[in-house]
Design a protein around this ligand. Sequence first.
Ligand code: HEM
Length: 391
Amino acid sequence: MMLKTDPQDPTAAVTHPDPYPFYAALVAERPLYFDDRVGSWVASSAHAVSAVLASELCGVRPAAEHVPSALRGSVAGDLFGKFVRTTDGESHQIRKAALARAIASIGESAVVSASEKCARLLLRSHSPPPEFAYELPTYVMAALLGTPDGDLALVNRLVQAFAGCLAAAADEVAVEHGSAAAVELKAYFSNVLAEHAKSQPGGLYAAIVRELQAVGSENDGVAAANAVGFIFQSRDATAGLIGNGLLALSTRCELRSRVTAERAPARSFVAEVARFDSPVQNTRRYVNRGGAILGRSFKPGDVVLVLLAAANRDPAANERPDEFIVDREERRTFTFGDGSHACPGAQFAMSIAADGIEATLRSGADVSDLARDVRYRPSPNVRIPIFAARG
Ligand code: HEM
């Protein structure tokens, strides 16, 4: 059992049982400071987080290492280097806008029916919540992209292996497996799905190809890479959102019937979970050009740890930030980022999470005990609960 002492530093906060008093102290006392323990700048207040994410001094990758060195020259590195998430500048803006249009072309009802179908498929072989929460987002995104039902398990397995080679703790074996999976994923999306998309012009993969072609950016497999990126990026974060939602319900039994009864309260509930206990606790920025942000002087090579979860609890952004209020009127959430790299999949994620939570409750799973013994999966940025005796 972990003791509720403050985390040692802002990176340890991600998996700490209750990092929020620690974050609150940073917001109040040191909203933007250099932390010797982690060797980087730390931004925590809403103002500082917004300023760093808007700063032209910073990029999403270190200037000298667009692709992690262990992946350079591999297909995994090639896919990674083409994600909009890993690029800056004009080409990022053009591709990001095209991908956002592709996502916007998919209606809420398509996401709901893909979620319901995938929840049914998964619940045949999984007992919720643990594996189910991980796999539902991957299945739903793959299904929306046009993957036939019979291939969903294959794509899930490949994305899991690919994610393993991008993890901070990846060893040689993980890199090898992930690179092999990347080769298969690239071939699957460029060939099988591209062919399938011709008969599904309303599907997400067809929309990605169409929108990228319209801006002259569908070259060298950018569509296939970003389709893989969509699945990869939805996986852990949405699993965390489902897990943190179940945890919130564990201690708030009065909300359970509300969440299963109607869609609108379920969505507001998930939006409050995202703010209150963010699945993505932080992101990073790399200073590529020297200059000042909020009066502090930054030099090339500096790194900024951007505490999205702390900004969500800044009283300047949200009134009564430490209260869980489903019907908040003006919720300000940094969970999905801010500025030019803000997540284009936020609505998808909240819809999938609402469906995943509802399916878990409807399956008869008892969530009342979940909060009693919780650990968090080791991660530098994603907060995913692991429930004792459940995996
Ligand atoms: C709970 C689930 C999710 C969370 C918390 C989340 C969070 C984020 C955050 C914080 C960023 C910005 C990172 C940064 O600025 O450094 C981001 C970017 C991104 N997300 Fe999500 N995300 C989620 C689900 C999804 C889903 C379902 C998709 C699929 C459509 C997606 C696609 C993307 C993409 C493509 C980017 C890169 C955008 C860019 O760099 O311009 N995300 N996400």
